[in-house]
Design a protein around this ligand. Structure first.
Ligand code: DQQ
Length: 549
């Protein structure tokens, strides 16, 4: 059966065909980046799950290898679900993953490379002492999965957490081991909250500003036992909620002695936390890249078309562009930015500068093909006096606010932003935009970033929710806001305010495809805005999983 090429991505990660979901066990080993991911080798819907495996020297060109982990033993005969890699102090990488056993129980297994001198790490062996972690009587065996990268404590014990739940309480169940073989459950979880099941937990350190290392530098989980490092880091706990299909994170402290994680006061318990991405981004997994001393996060972007569409297309699911991630200098949130390697794909370039977009106007960016492009721009707002008044209750639900105040609803300052993947007649278009509100006291403002795909396609079956998040910027002081948008046929991945608020959306235009996909800048607010600078590049197509030559 032929795969439908239309709307397949050019530079976002995807295999040649079939279903993909969660990124698994990303790591750097002997000069290669490894990415495993949940994959159905038999079709374009979820099922028959194995760990497909790809390698890259630069996170851009990918070579597909044979699956690394696949059902082969009683402890994983019904599926090899998500997990993580830990590079041991000896340099040996270990993969920990969830196996589904014959009774449908979720158990945790370990696997090691067969041949350590093979940088491709093609073959993995699962020792007979698996499963290393079995759901005991206190644990719900059908809600017990996705082990994290392990870390080593000052007491000489390894630790890792497994996602779980008890009733509606999400749990990061903590295990300890001396030898990486025998794992013992701690008396209390690392953390828990009343949110429902925690899938794909991720727990890692981030540098704080003012410490001995630059705050954008990554910190390896393997450095955690070092007390000097421990004083200059904060910790991030990220979980994926199967109930909302969104991910949330908090930033906090980790007490080595009590083995508990305590979110900072800025992340109250009754709140889910912030999000890496306010759009279609799930089951993410980060890793420390020793080659460039950074932390990188991978996340899965599901299709939002229908299952029959996916069967027809013969493919479903992509990975978002790998993002470097760090703690903002004020410690209030994480910041993400596409890995710098992506810029090597930039080719034909256009620039617009100092262009005013008057109230109600729009402007077409010409001279390049935008269907597979990278747009990086800055808006300037001179006059904030017309900003609409913000009601405090709106704080709780950016998405509802943006659904109500879509890109076509006129405002004071904004909506202004981009129409991407737009047909020439503008009947099809996806809006990425900002709207600025005046908060209670006139000197402070609230900035909302939205993605409105309601007009993205003539096709009416596709799921097209509006996505939105607030942007923590001092707009009165800066009078500017930056927007970077990666456009790639059926994905629009945006980074507001240099990576403070990110939104990824999948769209399925009918008309705005190939050379008929256009880029516009629009302003539906009363106040004029100015494009201080806009750079846009066509993006080359990298080698994407063609397999070994
Ligand atoms: N996907 C995996 C699970 C994980 C879920 C199964 C999250 O391990 O909890 O494919 O998308």
């Amino acid at each position: 059966k032929q795969v439908e090429k239309k709307l397949r991505t050019g530079y976002h990660f995807q295999p040649p065909k079939h279903w993909i979901n969660d990124p698994n066990g990303p790591m750097y080993y002997k000069g290669l980046y490894h990415l495993f991911y949940q994959y159905n080798p038999k079709g374009s819907v979820w099922g028959n799950i194995v760990w497909a495996h790809s390698v890259s020297t630069d996170l851009i060109d990918w070579t597909a290898l044979e699956p690394g982990i696949y059902p082969s033993k009683t402890f994983d005969v019904k599926g090899c679900w998500s997990g993580s890699a830990t590079v041991l102090p000896s340099g040996v990488p270990a993969i920990m993953y969830t196996g589904i056993d014959p009774d449908e129980r979720q158990v945790q297994n370990v696997a090691y490379p067969v041949n350590l001198s093979d940088p491709f790490l093609r073959e993995w062996v699962k020792p007979d002492y698996n499963p290393i972690i079995f759901p005991d009587s206190g644990i719900n065996a059908s809600a017990f999965r996705d082990p994290t990268t392990a870390w080593y404590g000052p007491d000489g014990h390894w630790r890792l957490v497994v996602g779980s739940k008890v009733n509606m309480k999400g749990l990061a169940v903590l295990y300890r081991s001396r030898d990486f073989k025998t794992w013992v459950k701690a008396h209390h979880p690392l953390h828990s909250a009343h949110t429902g099941m925690w899938e794909c937990p991720d727990f890692f350190p981030v540098a704080v500003a003012g410490g001995s290392r630059h705050h954008r530098r990554g910190v390896d989980t393997a450095e955690l036992h070092d007390r000097a490092v421990a004083e200059e880091v904060k910790y991030v706990l990220k979980v994926s909620l199967d109930l909302t299909r969104f991910e949330y994170y908090t930033v906090g402290r980790y007490n080595h002695a009590t083995d508990r994680y305590i979110p900072d006061a800025a992340f109250p318990d009754n709140d889910y936390g912030l999000r890496y991405d306010y759009g279609d981004f799930y089951a993410s997994k980060s890793f420390y890249d020793p080659a460039k001393r950074r932390r990188i996060v991978w996340g899965w972007a599901n299709e939002s078309d229908t299952v029959p569409d996916d069967r027809r297309k013969g493919w479903a699911g992509i990975q978002a562009i790998p993002r470097k991630l760090w703690l903002s200098p004020d410690g209030k949130q994480l910041v993400q930015w596409p890995v710098e390697e992506l810029e090597a794909l930039r080719s034909k370039h256009v620039n617009v500068s100092d262009k005013v977009i008057k109230s109600g106007d729009n402007f077409k960016v010409t001279g390049f093909k935008s269907v597979q492009s990278d747009v990086d721009m800055v808006f300037a707002i001179k006059d904030l006096s017309k900003a609409e008044k913000f009601e405090p209750a709106w704080r709780n639900d950016a998405q509802a606010l943006c659904t109500r105040l879509g890109s076509h609803v006129k405002g004071g300052v904004g909506p202004f932003g981009l129409w991407v993947l737009a047909s020439g007649d503008l009947k099809e278009r996806t809006a990425v935009f900002f709207r600025v509100f005046k908060a209670g006291n006139a000197s402070s403002h609230v900035v909302l970033m939205c993605n409105d795909p309601t007009k993205s396609s003539y096709e009416s079956q596709a799921y097209r929710p509006t996505f939105a998040g607030f942007v923590d910027v001092d707009i009165a002081k800066n009078k500017k806001i930056a927007l970077r948008t990666l456009i790639d046929h059926s994905v629009v991945e945006s980074f507001g305010a240099r990576g403070k608020t990110c939104i990824l959306t999948r769209v399925y235009p009918r008309k705005a495809i190939g050379d008929d996909a256009h880029l516009f800048v629009f302003n539906n607010g009363e106040s004029d805005v100015k494009i201080t600078n806009l750079d846009a590049w066509e993006m080359k197509t990298p080698k994407m999983n063609a397999g070994e030559q």
